[in-house]
Design a protein around this ligand. Structure first.
Ligand code: B3K
Ligand code: ZN
Length: 866
């Protein structure tokens, strides 16, 4: 497979000004008639290169005349017309087979519904085209199909015309007035139900809103609709950006490779991110819907109106849009709770990626398969980089810079440099060094040390920035980053920051922010009557690993006015406690005491309290180990959970009973918080595996009215008391086996269990009639959850690795994107002990040696084994 480089970018020789597509949908195949008005950029005749993948070509015409076969050439990936002229109409007709398309890219069928996924290279599986984002074209789309099979016919933009033919077929004609790249093209045809609403924009334009779902599921789309309207309002209020077409359609399908897709005016969603009611969806599902609906909506400006010049610029739209959806969720929910969730996710998924063999900058410079770069780095770290810019500029200048970005680049396909140019116009600092965040990889650490001199009332803070080498061994430069901090007095009050001496320009100090630019920095603060506590990296303002002395953690955990730092202190105290336990030490009584202190604090928001009472995950703990010892981590974590339960049992039972009330229904923060905390407590209590806790879990399973409570009880029972869990597991299956989305939860419960028979249960579940390897949600819930199950993926006998490798091979023949996603489970390879490494290598070599392996899997496995 060939590597593509950013530095080799060249603008296309032709531009497709407008595109007229006709889709004739038949039961066995679909005909695509594609008329393109092309225009050459230069004066000299050059060939026109059109991308195509897996297409049957029926006809090529130039200006309505069939051209001889020696006027063009075709290979696996392209159709080349040697000299179509400076301006012409090129028509190609292709035949495609949506029912056979299991890769779910291009036009495919999901549960009878025809739908498309074109980003990044799906369009070329529909027709020949200049399938790259710098080719923006105006699309007109006619869809023709059997009325009884496909009463609903949708594409981008506005509906211009509909009509029917005497033979039972009908058509719809859609026109999208906004020029767009082919990756934003979409088509849907099928028999769907829908809910509708409307929205009046700030300018007074009426927008019809429709959400299409499988018939019968209409009532489950209400939350998605509410979220859509809230997003539309929020983008007007926060960024002054309104919607620009008269209709906004969302379609939910069951088979989808990722969460959703922002096609202009016609978003296509994984049904997981649309359908929800209390009976079948958890609180996390509801929040996920709110944020993904918002994310796709926000793309209309950051992604669609202003798009990417090439795929190396992906973070231009993704990092920025994630930042926008995170800000939206923070405004809808609680800011600190949301921040903790976002940081947890970054550290759980992006930090390991950045530390492993597939690490890459948020703006990669090369790829074999671009689909492998829709990563936590491009998205989540990309969002952190945007957040730092937001911090550096401050709210007002940020908005001015965003306005400038929108005004300057609307309707264009641009680069991250263009975005940074707009930021620079309103930035208080030169952003040249900051731009390194776009080109360097791996997570830097910031080590803090401080000393206090009581005689002079001064505190000196020394910071060392450690920037790891790149994957290929290249040295990397120190970053420019904002570090938000506070000095706290005895009661937790924030003391004034009086910086002394020559510490370089500190233009952000007024806002409590230090600008770090060198690998070593020293700051002296004066005017301190007594030794303050240091509260560092408040809000988690820079994506770094912060290392600081442990002496203040107990205080910070109790009274820091920055909620994130409180959480961080609690996590850090738990981590050092667990590390001590792994060295054979007993649980620190101070830790238990601090834990109790939080448990008993009645002033805390319940969701925040549930977060403060959580322990670091296995993935988090693995990050600080030199050579990973998963089993030691698991043993220590289980032991700490039991010790906490023993030490806090009475309080926990009391609080659990208070929170386990039917009054706590509904989706207000209070109820979500009550459920989160209650289930956190039940988790600790169940660690004892005693009859009383098992009874509570059984009762909760039976009495619950929400999926959140029912699923939490089921999981704790199945993982901790499998015999007692048998009846509820059967009950759950019987209730929900007809509901694919709920069954994904059932499969994850099975696949994430620590119980010894987990692998055989997973194999058995794969044989269940509900399981279907062609549906990505099911694969992720069963095989994906197993690959993330530290107990069994890393089984000593190597059976976990072998199983996952076997599934990668099987899946690769069906859906390479999903297979490549699963290969990511092996990223820890380099950091395991020799025994596990040898077993992983065996498994991965089998994958690598498999004939016909996709370039998706080839690229990932190759990097891991390199
Ligand atoms: N832009 C799409 C992701 C496309 C992934 C292609 N493998 C969804 C999103 O980020 O909003
Ligand atoms: Zn996105």
């Amino acid at each position: 497979p060939k590597t593509i480089y950013l530095k080799e970018y060249e603008a296309p020789a032709y531009h497709i000004l407008s595109t007229e597509l006709t889709f004739e949908i038949f039961e066995e195949h679909t005909l695509v008639i594609n008329r393109m008005a092309i225009k050459r950029r230069g004066d000299v005749p050059v060939p026109l290169l059109l991308d195509g993948d897996d297409l049957e070509l029926l006809c090529v015409k130039v200006d309505d005349v069939k051209i001889p076969t020696d006027a063009y050439e075709r290979n696996e990936e392209t159709l080349t017309l040697f000299d179509p002229g400076a301006e012409a109409t090129v028509q190609v007709v292709t035949k495609i087979y949506p029912d056979k398309n299991t890769a779910l890219e291009g036009l495919y069928r999901s549960g009878g519904i025809y739908c498309t996924q074109c980003e990044p290279h799906g369009f070329r599986r529909i027709t020949y085209f200049i399938d790259r984002p710098d080719n923006m074209s105006v699309f007109t789309v006619k869809v023709i199909a059997e009325q009884s099979v496909c009463p609903v016919l949708l594409s981008n933009g506005n509906l211009e015309e509909e009509g029917s033919f005497p033979d039972g077929r009908h058509y719809a004609l859609w026109k999208d007035p906004f020029p767009k790249p082919s990756y934003l093209f979409a088509l849907v045809a099928g028999d769907l139900g829908r809910i509708s609403d409307n929205f009046t924009t700030a300018e007074g334009n009426e927008v019809a809103l429709h959400i299409y779902v499988d018939k019968g599921n209409e009532p489950r789309a209400d939350h998605a609709m509410r979220s859509l309207k809230a997003s539309m309002r929020w983008d007007e209020e926060t960024y002054g950006r309104s919607y620009d077409l008269s209709v906004y359609n969302i379609v939910a399908v069951d088979s989808f490779n990722m969460g959703a897709m922002e096609n202009k005016g016609l978003n296509i969603f994984n049904s997981h991110y649309v359908l929800a009611d209390e009976e079948t969806a958890t609180d996390a599902d509801f929040l996920g819907i709110e944020s993904v609906i918002a994310h796709e909506y926000f793309h209309n400006w950051t992604g669609n109106r202003i798009t990417c010049r090439d795929w190396f610029q992906l973070t231009l739209k993704e990092g920025l849009t994630v930042f926008r959806d995170q800000s939206f969720s923070a405004d809808m929910q609680s800011e600190v709770v949301q921040r903790i969730r976002d940081v947890d996710m970054l550290r759980e998924r992006q930090f390991p990626e950045d530390a492993g063999p597939t690490a890459h900058p948020i703006k990669p410079e090369q790829y074999i398969e671009i689909n492998n770069f829709y990563t936590a780095t491009v998205y989540e770290k990309g969002s952190e980089v945007i957040r730092m810019l937001h911090t550096i500029l401050g709210e007002k200048a940020w908005r001015a810079a965003m306005d400038l970005y929108f005004e300057t680049f609307d309707g264009q396909a641009v680069r991250t440099e263009d975005f940074l140019w707009a930021m620079q116009q309103h930035s208080p600092i030169d952003l040249a060094q900051f731009a390194l965040w776009y080109s360097q990889e791996r997570t830097p650490s910031l080590c803090a040390e401080h000393s206090y001199d009581p005689a002079s009332g001064r505190l000196t803070l020394k910071l060392e920035q450690i920037v790891p080498d790149a994957v290929d061994g290249r040295k990397q430069q120190p970053y420019c980053m904002p570090l938000r901090l506070a000095l706290l007095g005895h009661a937790g009050e924030e003391l004034p920051l009086q910086l002394e001496g020559d510490t370089g320009a500190q233009p952000l100090l007024e806002r409590g922010i230090l600008l770090i630019t060198r690998d070593e920095e020293s700051f002296t603060f004066g005017g301190l009557a007594s030794e303050p506590a240091l509260s560092l990296n408040r809000h988690f303002g820079a994506p770094v690993v912060m290392e600081y002395p442990q002496e203040d953690v107990m205080n910070l955990m109790r009274f820091d006015s920055d909620g994130f730092v409180r959480y961080e202190a609690a996590q850090s105290f738990a981590r050092s406690t667990l590390e001590a336990m792994m060295r054979g030490e007993a649980v620190s009584p101070q830790f238990l005491e601090s834990f109790k202190h939080i448990l008993e604090d009645e002033s805390l928001d319940l969701q925040f309290k549930a977060q403060l009472l959580s322990l670091p995950t296995v993935t988090m703990l693995m990050q600080t180990q030199q050579t990973v010892d998963v089993h030691a981590i698991l043993e220590a974590s289980d032991a700490l959970r039991r010790e906490i339960a023993v030490a806090c049992e009475a309080t926990m039972r009391h609080l659990y009973a208070l929170l386990h009330r039917p009054a706590h229904m509904g989706l207000e923060a209070e109820s979500i918080g009550a459920r989160a905390l209650k289930n956190r407590l039940l988790g600790y209590l169940m660690a004892q595996q005693d009859a009383e806790s098992i009874d509570s879990a059984m009762a909760q399973y039976e009495e619950s009215h929400t999926m959140t409570d029912r699923l939490a009880a089921l999981q704790l029972l199945h993982h901790g008391a499998p015999e007692a869990a048998e009846a509820p597991m059967r009950d759950f299956y019987e209730r929900y086996s007809g509901d694919m989305l709920v069954m994904t939860k059932y499969f994850s419960v099975i696949a994430s269990s620590p119980q010894p028979d987990t692998l055989s249960r997973v194999r058995a579940a794969m044989e269940d009639e509900v399981f279907n390897i062609k549906v990505p949600n099911l694969v992720r819930s069963l095989i994906g959850s197993f690959a993330r199950n530290p107990y069994h993926f890393h089984a000593y006998d190597g059976s976990g690795y072998a199983f996952v490798a076997e599934q990668i091979i099987a899946l690769d023949a069906i859906n390479p994107m999903i297979a490549a996603g699963l290969s990511g489970a092996f990223k820890t390879y380099n950091r395991l002990n020799a025994h596990s490494r040898a077993q992983m290598r065996d498994a991965l070599e089998k994958v690598q040696a498999h004939r016909g392996i996709s370039k998706n899997v080839y690229e990932i496995v190759g990097k891991i084994l390199a």
